[in-house]
Design a protein around this ligand. Structure first.
Ligand SMILES: [Zn+2]
Length: 127
């Protein structure tokens, strides 16, 4: 089966999905950030920033390992969109199918490579 390479319009749509997903995960952090800025209006701005930075860190810490992993993968995918390597398997260089990217827009590998990597991960994660 021949896969068509994703085009710029596909990437635009996938980027929106990625940004939405990112927003979903860090949305809580932003809300807290906004309310801490309100409180710090007549205070020292640096301190308010510091407090919200600390809070952001705490929220990031409170995210599950899985959420942080997804966040990392989303950021990497956005980087790849910027440098033009998005949609290409990081392992074998084959194009990743649009169908796969629609399900998993931050996919870094094609199905075959992902499978073998996941198997490796499962093997090595048993301690
Ligand atoms: Zn591959």
């Amino acid at each position: 089966m021949k896969q068509r390479r994703i085009n710029r319009r596909d990437i635009g749509k996938l980027k929106e999905i990625l940004l939405d997903k990112r927003e979903e995960i860090v949305g809580g952090v932003k809300q807290i950030h906004a309310s801490s800025q309100e409180m710090g209006q007549d205070g020292i701005q640096d301190m308010a920033d510091e407090a919200s930075n600390l809070y952001t860190k705490q929220v990031l810490m409170s995210l599950s390992e899985n959420q942080r992993q997804v966040l990392r993968e989303i950021d990497e995918a956005l980087d790849r969109i910027t440098d033009g390597t998005y949609g290409t398997c990081d392992s074998c260089g084959d194009p990743i199918s649009l169908k796969r990217l629609q399900i998993r827009p931050f996919a870094k590998y094609c199905v075959q490579c992902q499978d073998s990597i996941e198997k490796q991960t499962i093997d090595t994660s048993i301690e």
